[in-house]
Design a binder for this molecule. Structure first.
Ligand code: SF4
Ligand code: NI
Ligand code: NI
Length: 709
């Protein structure tokens, strides 16, 4: 048998199954029955991405199968094999979507099945920053449970997102390993067709971030090949169906590594035989050209970004520190070089061994840094990273910041020998590693003595926080001489540029003006560059000749004009990883804002994913704009159209999140008290008529404003 015979044979088999399944469904439900995956604006995402056609009913699904058939040419050329691989993948998507008929939930814990658009948007930032350096797709059962679990853990320790299909899921469960999106190990499903759910992620990434036009299969495959760092590990025995799926993966640029030696054909860099499963990791990374940032820290538990989302429940915790109940603080302090002893870690007060099981304690850590290029403005930038650093420790959980942080250390971590001083090791190593351009020396003092914590909190930390807040309040777009560009997201959105100003943070919510300034200082040729603002065109729109020139340059000519304060005229582009999106609501002359976490309907008749699909990919879409949560309370939020007075609706949760700051801004700008009470949410209205009635009753100012279009 040749490779062609195996691919074509596998493709034919899957096609036959798909045809049977669709016919069966039509016989059962009738051809007008709706078919869709939940929480996506992209219909059947793979079929839509490849062909540009949205399938909505069984009748259309049957027609789509006819289109798939045209890909299944049988000449013995490489391209025919690849297209048959793609056809196999599309058939898998059809089989999978049938499982979701009538709103069924075919996947049970721990399996995920279809992944929502929101999951892909969340992956945007970590993928561009290299925090998630790659995506592994593991298929089938490893020779032994130990080998399978070791492989999964090896990827997890590197921060790689691992998706599992088939027998490996049971192996991982048998070993008692925690899985889930929060620890970056995602079991998709046990049928081989479940592999389509990760392909769907890759193809939607191209549509969401890459502005690839649905139906442009050539550009689509180039995008996944160049920009989605995925690869496949397939355990033997490989049947023809898996081989055909593998051809599809290779067509998308994803190499396949297997331990199958029988009846297999090697394709350099694409289909690789590696008999030793313990070498799958190294072989895969080499084939996909993935580089791993190594942070070696001397602690008794693992340290990897994959553990960032890990949650420690009360019953699993050894001890807890809680700034909302007792005095806690976390602080970076710039010192003179003579005051800092590099890598010195001191614990003042009891160690974990001296604390009672399940007890609540005080903790305050002061990270003293010194460096020629260090500026006090970088202190909060470094401090804000503590959350990530401490969370990356396996078995340690951190939330909050400043003097409101909360930390839990798990019983498992404690039993492994984890101590308070190891928090110091982690802070030291991470700060030195990430901020080496500004931090020459770093020393950590950790206080657990309650009286010392009280002193540090009230006498040292809080006065510093207050000073910083005063400084932040005076940081306005007018008060600074330069803005910064950010092009980190160009890894996925090649023409996208964020212009970051003091009053407008990056749309991902993760890059403030201070962050951009620090990033520029740390890496002068990196993603954040200085943009001067010496030649204003229109202050109200926030347009500048300098800004236009910068975006032209950084978008390689794709963008000509960008305004900072308008969503109608030359609005800033969106990459796809925005925290929120706002869109015009014509009946009220206002805008509706939805956040990524919101799963319900908005008065625009669109969900978040549907609104989000209107923009992204680095293109300008007047009337729709992605932005960060904190931008909502900015005095510059669509200032050109009248500002925050235009906001008529937000999900309740988001409204509560921004209430304090938004109300303060409304009070300062317009003298309105408790502005958020005038703004609708899903408990008030999910359609425009009810919303307008509510706004009328509340006397919402937008109703009296000029129409936006
Ligand atoms: Fe991406 Fe903009 Fe955030 Fe930079 S600021 S990471 S370009 S969204
Ligand atoms: Ni106190
Ligand atoms: Ni982005």
């Amino acid at each position: 048998m040749t490779l062609f015979d195996r691919v074509f044979g596998g493709n034919d088999a899957v096609y036959g199954l798909t045809e049977g399944a669709i016919d069966g469904a039509i016989a059962q439900y009738g051809e007008d029955k709706a078919v869709s995956f939940p929480n996506t604006a992209y219909s059947l995402p793979c079929y839509y991405a490849v062909t540009g056609t949205k399938v909505t009913t069984l009748k259309e699904l049957k027609e789509a199968l006819g289109v798939v058939k045209t890909l299944m040419t049988r000449e013995k050329r490489l391209n025919d094999a690849f297209m048959s691989g793609v056809a196999t993948a599309l058939c898998a998507e059809f089989i999978e979507v049938l499982k979701y008929i009538d709103g069924a939930t075919p996947y049970e814990e721990p399996c995920y099945g279809h992944l929502a658009d929101a999951v892909i948007r969340e992956l945007g930032v970590p993928l561009v920053t290299g925090d998630i350096p790659g995506v592994a797709v593991i298929l089938g059962a490893a020779p032994t449970t130990e080998e399978g679990v070791a492989l999964v853990k090896s990827y997890q320790a590197q921060g790689i997102l691992v998706t599992l299909v088939g027998g490996i899921i049971d192996q991982v469960a048998e070993a008692g390993m925690k899985t889930g999106a929060n620890v970056r190990v995602i079991p998709l499903g046990k049928d081989v067709t479940a592999v389509i759910h990760v392909v769907s992620v890759a193809l939607r990434a191209a549509l969401i971030f890459g502005n690839v036009k649905p139906g442009d299969a050539g550009t689509l495959m180039k995008y996944t090949m160049d920009r989605v760092p995925a690869f496949v590990n397939a355990f033997k025995p490989l049947d023809d169906v898996i081989v055909a799926c593998g051809a599809g993966a290779i067509a998308l640029g994803f190499p396949v590594v297997t331990n199958e030696t029988e009846n297999i054909f090697r394709v350099p860099k694409s289909l690789i035989v590696q008999e030793d499963v313990s070498k799958f990791n190294a072989t895969s990374l080499e084939a996909r050209d993935i580089k791993i940032k190594i942070t070696n820290i001397d602690i008794p538990v693992a340290f990897a970004s994959a553990f960032e989302g890990e949650i420690i429940r009360r019953k699993d915790m050894q001890v807890e520190f809680d700034g909302s109940r007792v005095d806690c603080a976390e602080l970076v302090q710039t010192c003179d070089a003579s005051e800092v002893e590099d890598h010195k870690i001191t614990v003042v007060g009891p160690e974990v061994d001296d604390m009672e099981l399940g007890s609540k304690n005080s903790i305050a850590y002061v990270v003293k840094v010194a460096g020629k290029n260090m500026q006090p403005d970088f202190e909060p930038v470094i401090e804000r990273k503590f959350h990530n650093y401490i969370n990356c420790i396996e078995g340690v959980y951190h939330t909050g910041q400043r003097d409101m942080q909360r930390i839990r250390i798990s019983i498992d971590a404690f039993n492994a020998g984890f101590k308070i001083k190891h928090i110091g090791e982690v802070l030291y190593a991470s700060v030195k590693n990430e901020f080496d351009a500004v931090v020459d020396k770093c020393e950590v003092v950790i206080y657990t003595d309650p009286a010392e914590c009280t002193r540090v909190r009230h006498e040292v930390a809080i006065p510093i926080f207050d000073k910083r807040d005063e400084r932040l309040d005076t940081l306005t777009d007018e008060s600074v001489d330069v803005y910064y560009s950010c092009i980190l997201c160009q890894a996925f959105s090649p023409s996208h540029v964020c212009v970051v100003t003091p009053e407008r943070l990056g749309l991902c919510g993760a890059v403030s003006w201070l962050d951009a300034k620090a990033t520029h200082q740390l890496d002068p040729n990196g993603p954040c560059q200085v943009i001067t603002k010496e030649r204003p065109i229109d202050e109200n729109l926030g347009s500048y000749e300098d800004v236009d020139e910068a975006v032209q340059k950084f978008s390689q000519g794709a963008l000509e004009h960008v305004t900072l304060y308008s969503i109608m005229q030359d609005p800033m582009t969106s990459c796809g990883c925005f925290e929120c999106i706002c869109g015009i609501e014509p009946f009220s002359n206002g805008v509706v804002i939805a956040n990524r976490e919101y799963a319900g309907m908005t008065p625009l008749g669109m969900t978040f994913p549907e609104m989000a699909s209107m923009t992204g990919g680095g293109v300008q879409t007047p009337g729709f704009m992605g932005h960060g949560k904190h931008f909502i309370s900015s005095k510059k939020f669509m200032k050109a159209e009248g500002g925050i007075e235009r906001i008529v609706w937000m999900p309740k949760e988001l409204k509560e999140f921004v209430a304090e700051r938004l109300n303060k801004t409304a009070q300062e700008l317009y003298g309105i008290e408790n502005f958020t009470d005038m703004i609708g949410d899903e408990t008030v209205a999910e359609d425009p008529e009810t919303l307008v009635a509510f706004l009328t009753e509340k006397g919402h100012p937008a109703l009296g404003m000029d129409p936006m279009m």
